[in-house]
Design a protein around this ligand. Structure first.
Ligand code: KG4
Ligand code: ZN
Length: 340
């Protein structure tokens, strides 16, 4: 293990529709830059070809900005960490080839990072909050994934529950689309839900065995419910928007929450860390904090900057791997599917 000379990690994240770069000094984030791709809003979802093209345009300025904001120069960098997968292949390829070229140009190590590990290990960034203690239950709730993971050590992770179909963020976005909200709809639903009554409309919780969850049946139930009611009253959505958002959000959270509670019962682990875009949701954050108080759980909730996709979370994994001299190689290719 390399001991404690400060290292500077440049991290690059391009797995979906955000081009992001960050610089870390050990476990401290010096800069965390991001270029969101607004082009997808018009389509109500990410268009892979457009995402890849936008990454190509964004990557040089975003990396430049991250290095400048960190107050260092390229020559100070100790290693380059990049997201190898999972994600959209065309998007991953941009970050992967950029990271490889720069590591070759600067003759410094290249470190491959699993995006899903990034979401959970973002809790080890030195941001003033206590680190999770091992073992803990990592709950990844994002636009592409919904997982319950037993984390025994930084790189010893076991998926013990997952979605059988759609991810929770995808369900937020798809329900939001039928409500006429912009993409991504999760933050809009979150905002509107604050003014609504979560008990106004009842949607069933699907019965799925074990620690797995399902979101696609719920989405269909919402679409059918809205279709039936707008046939009777054109203005149904407009007149009930806040209540609809509150009821939908409540059910989406209940579905995963039931399984988090079950995972605690089955494993006896009461240390919980959430990650991914949906961990920005105020309903989920409040529910976790309240339950933690009632049941004596220790809950770790990331700062907002580290919830949705960002490069700082890739940087912390890079730092943890750098300490172990766990370097990647140039022949490792980007991969759309990569288990945690
Ligand atoms: O982690 P992320 O940026 O990308 C993936 O790796 O998938 O997550 C994006 C997802 C989107 O589905 C978005 O609607 C959701 O996170 N999201 C939210 C909130 N903020 C982002 N969902 C609910 N409430 C929020 N406040
Ligand atoms: Zn993500």
């Amino acid at each position: 293990m390399i001991e404690q000379k400060p290292c500077y990690i440049l991290a690059i994240e391009s797995s979906c529709d955000d081009t992001a770069a960050a610089v870390l000094k050990n476990d401290i984030v010096l800069s965390n830059s991001i270029a969101n791709q607004s082009i997808h809003e018009a389509y109500g979802g990410v268009v892979p070809e457009l995402a890849s093209r936008a990454h190509q345009q964004n990557i040089v300025p975003v990396v430049d900005q991250a290095i400048k904001k960190a107050g260092i120069s390229k020559q100070d960098l100790s290693a380059i960490a990049y997201t190898r997968g999972p994600g959209l292949l065309g998007s991953l390829l941009v970050g992967t080839s950029f990271a490889k070229s720069l590591s070759m140009g600067l003759s410094i190590p290249l470190i491959e990072v699993n995006h899903l590990q990034g979401h959970l290990l973002s809790h080890f960034i030195d941001d003033g909050n206590p680190n999770p203690q091992f073992p803990f239950l990592g709950i990844t709730v994002s636009g592409g994934h919904t997982q319950i993971v037993k984390v025994t050590n930084h790189f010893d992770m076991e998926e013990i529950g997952r979605t059988l179909d759609d991810a929770i963020g995808e369900a937020f976005d798809k329900c939001g689309k039928v409500l006429g909200l912009g993409y991504p709809a999760g933050p809009h639903i979150d905002r509107l839900a604050k003014e609504g009554n979560a008990k106004a409309f009842h949607f069933p919780i699907p019965k799925v065995s074990g620690l797995d969850v399902s979101y696609s049946g719920f989405k269909t139930a919402v679409i059918n419910f809205l279709h039936k009611n707008t046939q009777k009253n054109d203005a149904f959505i407009k007149e009930n928007l806040a209540d609809l958002c509150a009821s939908i959000q409540h059910t989406l959270i209940e579905i995963i929450f039931t399984k988090i509670t079950k995972a605690v019962e089955l494993t006896g682990i009461t240390e919980i860390a959430i990650g991914g875009g949906v961990s920005a949701n105020s309903g989920l954050r409040n529910k976790l904090q309240e339950t933690a108080k009632e049941n004596g759980w220790t809950v770790h909730i990331p700062p907002f900057a580290f919830t949705t996709d960002n490069a700082a979370m890739i940087g912390i994994v890079g730092y943890l791997k750098y300490r172990q001299e766990s370097y990647g190689t140039l022949d490792q290719s980007a991969t759309a599917r990569l288990p945690i």
